[in-house]
Design a binder for this molecule. Structure first.
Ligand SMILES: Cc1cc2nc3c(=O)[nH]c(=O)nc-3n(C[C@H](O)[C@H](O)[C@H](O)COP(=O)(O)OP(=O)(O)OC[C@H]3O[C@@H](n4cnc5c(N)ncnc54)[C@H](O)[C@@H]3O)c2cc1C
Length: 307
């Protein structure tokens, strides 16, 4: 079986950048992914990817695709099922094929858990949001709802309260899981209102979101809350099943990496949303991908920083 220097799993910002950096060191590189772009394909509004003025996610993904071609990176449309250590190298078992690499850079990304209520899919991207860091500046003078009761929901609500006119924090249980300190901080914020014991039933609107329909768990009564944006903050699924047995993870199921993007398994690097860096942003994933590509080169060459 052909042996690649680097096998990159994932075609989002982290994976594409890792492959570009590896190829520019003339490493034999394979990128495995069913798409090029990852989560950026899901948004029409990227304003914080430095140097990119195009705004749409698909436009950025087109640039990723061209960049991969310009460095002649091999790309295969497949999905990694399991990575196994094979002597000094790795075997990457995929749905369709199997590949062998001296190093692996895992960048499977993440996806937001969704409510599964009517209207959520229809308004995804036009009122239903999953990333407050990305979309908070677009909520100026708007009424918004944050769904969830954990720290992520509260951190999002606190950020949104800096921009939005009103922020409702909607949670189906009778108490929040978030740390007491942030709950207390938000309790005092003049434009934040807590709605506890409320289950979301539907997100309604015309062209854009206009109303959040909720049911009170105690009374069973239904209420319609007028909002223009709904932030779903009920957790994220981290996509690293294929390396689960090989790497140390934190309590959130993310791969723990050092400053060179190395995991606890030598020769196996990770970058982007699957890692324990708390900021899930495209430019950060790209930056981590760049480090992983360079670190894989140093690992292969036996350079000092990797010894
Ligand atoms: C709606 C939305 C809007 C956003 N807006 C912004 C924004 O404005 N600015 C910003 O900076 N960030 C934004 N983000 C966040 C940003 O898109 C992510 O942080 C970034 O894409 C993470 O990059 P990644 O490469 O780590 O993972 P991803 O982008 O998730 O890419 C992961 C890749 O791995 C592939 N993959 C997964 N599992 C496997 C497998 N088993 N085998 C092979 N391939 C696999 C996927 O198909 C995908 O190609 C937004 C996210 C969403 C969902």
């Amino acid at each position: 079986m052909e042996v690649y220097d680097v096998i990159v799993i994932g075609g989002g910002p982290a994976g594409v950048t890792a492959a570009v950096f590896a190829r520019r060191k003339l490493l034999k590189t394979l990128l495995i992914s069913k798409n090029v772009g990852g989560q950026v394909l899901l948004t029409d509004n990227i304003e914080n990817y430095t140097g990119y003025e195009g705004r749409t996610g698909t436009g950025l993904a087109d640039i990723f695709e061209r960049q991969l071609q310009s460095v002649s990176s091999e790309v295969v449309s497949d999905a990694a099922m399991e990575v196994v250590k094979d002597g000094d190298a790795f075997r990457v078992k995929c749905e369709e094929g199997e590949y062998r690499g001296r190093t692996v850079i895992a960048t499977g990304g993440s996806s937001a858990k969704m409510l599964g209520v009517p209207g959520e899919e229809r308004y995804f991207g036009s009122g239903v949001c999953v990333c407050a860091t990305c979309d908070a500046p677009m909520t100026r003078n708007k009424d918004v709802a944050v769904i969830g009761g954990g720290n992520s929901a509260f951190q999002s609500a606190e950020l949104l309260a800096r921009f939005a006119k009103k922020v409702y924090v909607v949670h189906r249980r009778g108490s929040f899981r978030a740390d007491a300190i942030i709950v207390e901080r938000l309790r005092k914020a003049p434009n934040v209102e807590f709605l506890l014991g409320k289950t979301v039933l539907e997100i309604k609107g015309s062209a854009k979101v206009e109303v959040l329909r909720v049911r009170d768990s105690a009374s069973g009564g239904e209420t319609e809350i007028p909002v223009q944006k709904v932030f779903v903050e009920i957790g994220r699924e981290v996509k690293l099943d294929y390396i689960k047995g090989l790497v140390k993870m934190n309590e959130r199921g993310q791969a723990i990496v050092d400053r060179l993007q190395s995991t606890s398994c030598k020769g196996l690097f990770a970058a982007g949303d699957i890692t324990d860096l708390p900021y899930g942003q495209a430019i950060i994933a790209s930056g981590q991908g760049a480090v992983a590509g360079l670190a894989a080169y140093d690992y292969i060459m036996g350079n000092a920083c990797q010894i």
